[in-house]
Design a binder for this molecule. Sequence first.
Ligand code: ATP
Length: 415
Amino acid sequence: MGVGVGLTALRQGVILGSTALRRRLLVTLEVNNKDRAYEWFLAWLAHNSTTVSQQRVTGRWFRSHQLSVETAVEQRNNGSSSAVFRLVAGPGTHWFRYRGAWMQMKRERETRAMQLMSGTPWETVSLTTLSRDRDLFPRLLAEARDLAMKNQEGKLVIRTAWGIEWKPFGQPRQKRPLHSVVLHAGVGEKIEQDVRAFLQRRQWYADRGIPYRRGYLLYGPPGSGKTSYIQALAGALSYDICLLNLSERGLTDDKLIHLFSNAPERSFILIEDVDAAFNRRVQTSEDGYQSAVTFSGFLNALDGVASGEERIVFMTTNHIDNLDPALIRPGRVDLRVLVDDASPSQVRTLFTRFYGGSEDIPPEDVARLAQELEVLTANEMRSGRRISMAALQGLFIRNGAKEAVESCQDLFVKR
Ligand SMILES: Nc1ncnc2c1ncn2[C@@H]1O[C@H](COP(=O)(O)OP(=O)(O)OP(=O)(O)O)[C@@H](O)[C@H]1O
């Protein structure tokens, strides 16, 4: 009996001793997938381990037998894109070395409970290392963050709503230069100046207790450059775009309010074709699905709770007349801008941008043809026929300069 008691005490002692030793010697950092650092860390790990395209299954210093695949679409410099498979550490225990220190990484997935709104499982990554190496954690996370930021540098990030969260939609895209969207003289400048002025007046709004937000409505016929301009402007200001689709299944008034108030910093909320969303105060999608978002719920989300948080909302529509006056009253829409079909000078500028500087055609010919096209557009407009910038772009892509001018007339339509 004495031996038995002795052994039990010894076992307890060993357990307590090892726990105490572990507590003193080891330090653990937990990152869960609610936090942005989670994605950064996994991407950093994938970056430092392996890609299938390189025909290596284990990386220089990261070895694991439990991998999961993450497929990403990568854009090449020539504009084409291809799918790349990154093998990341799957759920389980892994070991890696970081700046000379061994780290244990445990990735755990909670399969029973899901995140209520997004429906994704909870996940946690626990990093354990020796206590003396604890300072490496902030460095590692900072490295992961910098890598994520570097991948986005000079790019435009588009996010869409995922439950009540905003998640990146595809890979960051190449920014479109603002001058590549050719609008009628002064139109682009007016919007840009307004946004820039707004961004400099945070204190002015705060002093007067006015919610720091601004709404823009760009209206006009299809293919006139509304969306392209908003995206180019976001790129020029280093802002992201949060694309909101009001007819999305599962979207409710509550979620909408949450999404509006939790848009990431430095981002525009973009709602396209807002007329299609609420032209009869009922939100119906093409297949007849009626969204749970109500018109008043949408107005409430736009108004939000008065706060110092910056919010810039862009809406686009082809039919401003179909919009409810309540939606476009000042405070909800502060600046309305008509982005119209091509004007003669726009046609001329777009033509020169397309064909100028090419070795196939002398500059004087470009200038002459551009002039011809400008006159043609002016004449067509006098007889009530218009052409969209999108149609012109298509024409210029398909044809050489001379052919484009010759066949342009057929594309004008009565409006
Ligand atoms: N003003 C413009 N300058 C240069 N390209 C343009 C212009 N307008 C349209 N385009 C081209 O036409 C295509 C469609 O443009 P975009 O989607 O911006 O039009 P939109 O006005 O938003 O149309 P919709 O009202 O149908 O949403 C894009 O590929 C864009 O490059």
